[in-house]
Design a protein around this ligand. Structure first.
Ligand SMILES: *Cc1c(COP(=O)(O)O)cnc(C)c1O
Length: 341
């Protein structure tokens, strides 16, 4: 293996073009065999369904090097299943789950030189996505689609360790009760951009969205689920049909219960009870867990006892155990690490 000459530990979280990407086209009711290509551009009709009516969904996952030198991906079967759910909700054809995992494997294999070494903190981010490629002007699903997978090496999400962040309760809604909040669709992100730019301009790192119907229950942020820890060490995560089912969050809840022996609850979480929690974190593939130190609710502050200097003790245990599993330092549950051979 001939690793690229990249300063792994100083990589940012941005797009770096790699050599190969996977492309498959859906036409006349079926997906073609697909292939790897050097061409990093997409050429589609000016009237493509994705450009006019945002018919697109995506996934996000990582390949990395374990302590013993294997290259692995974390639970890609769950990404395959989630992309199927997203496609169905957007009236797009499903890219079969087994082919999804194979396409990921093929793309990572073709870009092995870009998989960062163990200990660098960097990873190879994998972005599978799908979009309506044929022209659509009357409102209806496209007839043709493209499924693609590209990879890009990304640096450690937090340089110099995860510092607690400050978030605000947003005045915008992320997802409607019977809308598309539970799928990984570009449209959910398009409408969140104004809210995040606004939050940043006000000096906050992220938004906490409440349920759109009653504005009393915690949902999630623009791109990460919440976990809370009670004062007696129960790990709590909000339950709602409009939350995106984070694979990191589901894995952390498993780790809390089966590795750390903690009580776990997935249930509705009222904003009123947030002030009584001991710890709060945001979870997603990019950062695993970002500790939250402070929540600002229209000028009223909730400060968690864990403070603004470091992660709370349970959050830290969860983080260390899950990253230990991912990096091969702690034995993984059956099927969690998919090895690229
Ligand atoms: C992708 C995403 C997450 C995190 O999911 P992971 O599978 O853990 O990466 C959380 N919320 C939203 C809205 C997302 O799009």
């Amino acid at each position: 293996m001939d690793k690229k000459n990249i300063d792994w530990s100083n990589l940012g979280f941005g797009y770096v073009q790699t050599e190969k990407r996977f492309v498959s086209n859906f036409k006349d009711g079926k997906w073609d065999d697909g292939q790897l290509t050097d061409d990093a551009t997409v050429v589609i009709s000016e009237c493509a369904g994705v450009l006019q009516y945002a018919q697109t969904c995506f996934e996000g996952m990582k390949a990395y090097t374990t302590e013993d030198g294997r290259v692995v991906i974390f639970r890609p079967d769950l990404n395959a299943k989630r992309m199927e759910d997203s496609a169905k909700r957007l009236e797009m054809p499903v890219f079969p789950q087994d082919r999804f995992v194979k396409a990921i494997e093929e793309t990572v294999k073709a870009n092995l030189d870009y998989v960062p070494p163990y200990g660098s903190g960097a990873t190879l981010y994998i972005r599978p996505y799908m979009f309506g490629s044929s022209s659509v002007i009357g409102v209806k699903p496209a007839e043709e689609y493209q499924f693609r997978v590209f990879t890009t090496p990304v640096g450690p999400y937090f340089k110099g360790g995860a510092k607690p962040i400050t978030i605000k309760v947003s005045d915008f809604d992320r997802a409607a009760p019977h809308g598309t909040g539970h799928i990984k669709a570009g449209l959910n992100y398009a409408m969140s951009l104004h809210a995040i730019v606004t939050a940043h301009a006000e000096g906050f790192d992220e938004n906490m969205y409440l349920d759109a119907a009653t504005r009393t229950k915690v949902e999630e942020t623009g791109g990460a689920n919440f976990i809370f820890v009670t004062k007696d060490n129960t790990v709590v995560t909000p339950k709602s049909n409009s939350i995106l089912p984070s694979i990191t969050r589901r894995s952390l809840m498993y780790v809390a219960e089966h590795y750390l022996g903690l009580k776990v609850e997935e249930r509705e979480v009222y904003f009123d009870e947030v002030k009584d929690f001991a710890e709060c974190g945001l979870c997603g593939t990019a950062a695993v867990i970002s500790p939250v130190g402070k929540i600002n609710d229209h000028g009223k502050e909730i400060c968690f006892p864990s403070g603004m200097e470091e992660m709370g003790p349970i959050t830290k245990k969860l983080y260390d155990t899950l990253t230990g599993i991912q990096m091969g330092r702690i034995e993984a549950p059956e099927g969690w690490l998919y090895e690229i051979k």
